[in-house]
Design a binder for this molecule. Structure first.
Ligand code: OAD
Length: 272
């Protein structure tokens, strides 16, 4: 069943670029009390949801999708992350994923990933919903986590449906082949495809119950993930956004901490 929120069909992934007019100077520097208010709210919180996007891995040297450096060759992610692109040219799409796998294989989680893992250990009621497919949250120690857009380190056979972990880098042949002879695809969610139902339900349930939502390094343009903090806000959660740039979420966030995730997260969680 498709559920509708904010006019967007839920359970499917769509790129929804809104033309939000934002005066950037409004969000230039958080006021001096913003961090204190946030740490205080986090101290008092009982149920926490964290939503992350590519920005949380940017300081591990993983390129984001949008903004400077967001293009691969001349392609935008929306042109390659689709079943149609894969049907048309599986090798091209695999080259993009293989390039990302190779890049990520040689990087390490950063202080932002580690701070989020520390929150996982601190709160009995906690969920991390990530749009990232790089696996760095898990390496950093996050456990209660849903990967809304799948994982770069899994493959799925288009013929027999088998799903397997595969961490080889580089891959010996593109596109990779299953033992049954079928073509393997990355086990990630592409535009126009349904998100993993259980993962999405867990994220929505956690958002509806949360008293604090922390949103880190996402452009808040891709749904249904972008509706998670909005849902939390509607249910009464305090929303803290950390991003180097304002996003469509920023005007409705309770606090916007502008800057790199590694600058704000360690002091926010008050752990050395
Ligand atoms: P985007 O590339 O759209 O956005 C990255 C966000 O991170 C931007 O808002 C940046 O301003 C911010 N950012 C960059 N560096 C940062 C830093 N050091 N600290 C904090 N913030 C920083 O990535 P996502 O929002 O994750 O889907 O994109 C969502 C989905 O669109 C992805 O999962 C992917 C993509 O197409 C698929 O491939 C299906």
């Amino acid at each position: 069943m498709l559920v509708f929120l904010d006019g967007m069909p839920m359970g499917r992934i769509t790129s929804h670029v809104r033309h939000v007019v934002m005066r950037n100077d409004r969000f230039d520097n958080p006021d001096s009390g913003a961090l204190d208010r946030s740490t205080q709210r986090l101290r008092e919180a009982r149920r926490v949801i964290v939503l992350t996007g590519a920005g949380v891995s940017a300081e591990s040297d993983v390129p984001t999708f949008r903004g400077p450096g967001g293009l691969w060759r001349r392609y935008r992610s929306e042109e390659l992350a689709t079943p149609e692109a894969f049907a048309r040219d599986p090798r091209l799409v695999w080259e993009w994923y293989a390039w990302r796998r190779d890049r990520i294989a040689s990087v390490a989680p950063n202080a932002a990933h580690r701070a989020i893992a520390a929150l996982d250990r601190r709160f009995p009621d906690f969920l991390l919903a990530t749009q990232n497919v790089d696996g760095l949250h898990e390496v950093a120690g996050s456990r209660r986590m849903v990967e809304l857009h799948g994982s770069l380190w899994r493959m799925r056979c288009l013929r027999c449906g088998a799903i397997k972990d595969d961490r080889r880098s580089p891959l010996p042949r593109l596109p990779p082949q299953c033992a049954c002879g079928g073509v393997l695809r990355p086990d990630v969610v592409w535009f126009g495809e349904a998100l993993p139902e259980e993962a999405l339900k867990s994220a929505f349930d956690a958002a509806g119950a949360a008293d604090l939502a922390l949103v880190v390094g996402t452009s808040s343009l891709v749904y249904p993930a972008a509706s998670i903090p909005r849902l939390a806000r509607k249910a009464g959660a305090f929303v803290i956004e950390i991003n180097t740039e304002p996003t469509p979420l920023t005007p409705t966030a309770d606090v916007f901490l502008r800057g790199p995730a590694t600058k704000w997260l360690p002091p926010l969680i008050e752990e050395k």
